[in-house]
Design a protein around this ligand. Sequence first.
Ligand code: ZN
Length: 249
Amino acid sequence: MDATSFQRFGSQTTPTRSRFAILGDVHANLEALTAVLEDARKQECTHFACVGDLVGYNANPRECLELLRNSGMPCAKGNHDEYSANTESLSGFNPRAAAAVEWTRKQLSEPDKEWLRALKYVQVVAGFTIVHATLDEPNRWGYIFDRSAAAASFTYQTTPLCFYGHTHVPMAFVRDDGVQATNYGTLKIVAGRKYLINVGSVGEPRDGNPLAAYAIYDLSVSSVTLRRVKFDTEATLAKARAAGLPPRR
Ligand code: ZN
C-alpha cells in the first residue's frame, strides 16, 4: 500500500461509523508495517492511529516514518521516537535498544527528527485516547503490565477507551468497581466502564507470537479486535543484520 492510497484515512470525520486500525511499536520494521496496513485495508478500516515507537530496533526508520507521516494518522510519541530525535544520554535503555537508538540517530534527517520531536505524549482522537507508555507519567516510560500500574493510568484517563503500547504485549484492563486484567481476541465495550488496551507491537512482538499485532476499534458496534498478521520476518532480520544492528535475544 502506498501513502496516497490511505491518505483519505487521515481525515478524522464521521467517527460513529468508523473502523479504526490502532497500531504501535512499529520499530522501523517496514515488512511488518506494510503487511499490517494491507490487512487493515482488507478489514475495511476507515481510520488509523498509532501509539508510538515508529523507529528503533530495525533497519527502515526513514521509510516507516515517511509512510506514517504521509498517512496523516495521529501518532503518540514513544521513547524510541523521543531519544532518536535528541542527543540525550541513553543510560535508561538496555544495550540493544541503546545501540539501535544510536544507529537510528545517524539515519534520520533533521526534518525527520523535528517531526518526531513535535509528537505529543497523549492525544485524544475521535473520543478515545492514545499514549505510548502510561497516562499518569507519559514522559517517564513506565510499563503497564499489572493492575496497579493500570489503576494509576486510569486515574488520568478522561475518555472511555485508551490505547497504549510500550510493553509489546497485547492485553486489556477494564475498570468498573475495580480494575481487571484480561487477554482479548474481541472485547465488547460496555458503557460506563473504562478500558485501557495494549494493541501489541507491529514490528517487534514480545508475547511469544512472532506475528505482527494491531487492533481494530469498530465504533459502530463498540468492539475492539486484536489482529495478528504474517510478514516477511527473514527479510526484516536480514536487513537488520546487514545494517549492523544488534540481533534479537
Ligand atoms: Zn517499543
